[in-house]
Write a protein that binds this ligand. Structure first.
Ligand code: AMP
Length: 243
C-alpha cells in the first residue's frame, strides 16, 4: 500500500468519530485516513450532504463511506444503509469492512444480498431487521419486487459504489427501480473510478447538490496496478497464483 502510506495527511482523531470506531480502526491497522477518506468523512458526517466521489480501487474508498456510515448507525438508531455494488465480490468485501468496524455491536444486524447465494439465509437476515444491507442490484431488486422480503422505505442512507461499472453492466434499470421505493432517504453517496458524461447525468438524476470529491488520476486505472488476464482450467488456478 505504498500509495496510501505516502499520502496520509491527518489522524482519524481529528475527524470527530465515535470512540468505538476509532478503537476498531486502530485494531484494523488503519492509523491515518487516506486522502479520499480525509476528504469524504467530514462531509459524510454532516446530515443530508450527498457526495459524488471519484476514486479508484486501492485508494481506500470503501472506508471513505463505511467509516462515517458506521458512526451514524451507532449514533442514530433510525438510520439504516443500503450499499449497491456491481459485483458479488465487492459486496462481500464491503460487508467485511462493515462487520469489522461494528464487531461489538452485535445488536446491529446485517444482510448480504448477492446472486448465486441461497435465498434462505438472506430471508432470515432480512427478517431480523438489518440496518446494514449490502448487495448487488439484481438480487436486491429480486427481494423487493418478486419476494417482497425487503422494504426499502426504511433505508435512510444509500451508497452506489462503482456506479460506472454498474452502468457498464446495465444495472441502471434495477438501480432506478430500487430507488423508486426509497421514501425515507436522507443521504446518498455515489462513487466511481471515472466521471463520464453518462455518470454526470446519473449523478444529476440521483444526487441532491452533491459535494464533489476527487482523488488521483480518474481517467485511467491507477499506475501502480497492473491488470493481467490468464486463461486456464479451474484446477490450474491455485498453482498459477503461487507461481
Ligand atoms: P479500497 O480502495 O477501499 O479497496 O482499499 C484498498 C486497501 O487499503 C484495502 O486493503 C484496505 O484495507 C486498505 N486501507 C483502506 N483504508 C486504509 C487506511 N486508512 N489505513 C490503512 N489501510 C487502509
Amino acid at each position: 500500500m505504498a500509495y496510501i502510506s505516502t499520502l496520509f495527511m491527518q489522524n482519524f482523531d481529528n475527524l470527530t468519530l465515535p470512540k468505538p470506531i476509532l478503537e476498531r480502526l486502530t485494531r484494523m491497522g488503519f492509523h491515518k485516513p487516506t486522502p479520499i477518506q480525509a476528504k469524504a468523512i467530514p462531509v459524510a458526517l454532516e446530515s443530508g450532504k450527498d457526495i459524488l466521489g471519484t476514486a479508484q480501487t486501492g485508494t481506500g474508498k470503501t472506508g471513505a463511506f463505511v467509516i462515517p456510515i458506521c458512526a451514524k448507525l451507532l449514533k442514530n438508531q433510525e438510520d439504516a444503509v443500503l450499499v449497491l455494488t456491481p459485483t458479488r465480490e465487492l459486496a462481500v468485501q464491503v460487508m467485511g469492512v462493515f462487520r469489522k468496524l461494528l464487531l461489538r455491536d452485535s445488536h446491529l444486524r446485517t444482510a448480504l444480498l448477492i446472486g448465486g447465494a441461497p435465498l434462505g439465509r438472506q430471508l432470515k437476515a432480512l427478517n431480523a431487521s438489518p440496518r446494514v444491507i449490502v448487495g448487488t442490484p439484481g438480487r436486491v431488486y429480486d427481494h423487493i419486487s418478486n419476494h417482497r422480503t425487503f422494504n426499502v422505505g426504511k433505508i435512510t442512507l444509500l451508497v452506489l459504489d462503482e456506479m460506472d461499472l454498474m452502468l457498464d453492466r446495465g444495472f441502471d434499470v434495477q438501480v432506478a427501480a430500487i430507488m423508486k421505493g426509497m421514501h425515507g432517504l436522507k443521504q446518498r453517496f455515489m462513487f466511481s473510478a471515472t466521471l463520464s458524461a453518462r455518470m454526470e447525468a446519473i449523478a444529476k438524476k440521483y444526487l441532491k447538490s452533491p459535494t464533489r470529491l476527487r482523488v488521483g488520476n480518474t481517467d485511467s486505472p491507477h499506475e501502480n496496478i497492473t491488470q493481467e488476464m490468464l486463461v486456464m482450467a479451474s484446477k490450474e488456478k491455485y498453482g498459477a497464483l503461487l507461481a
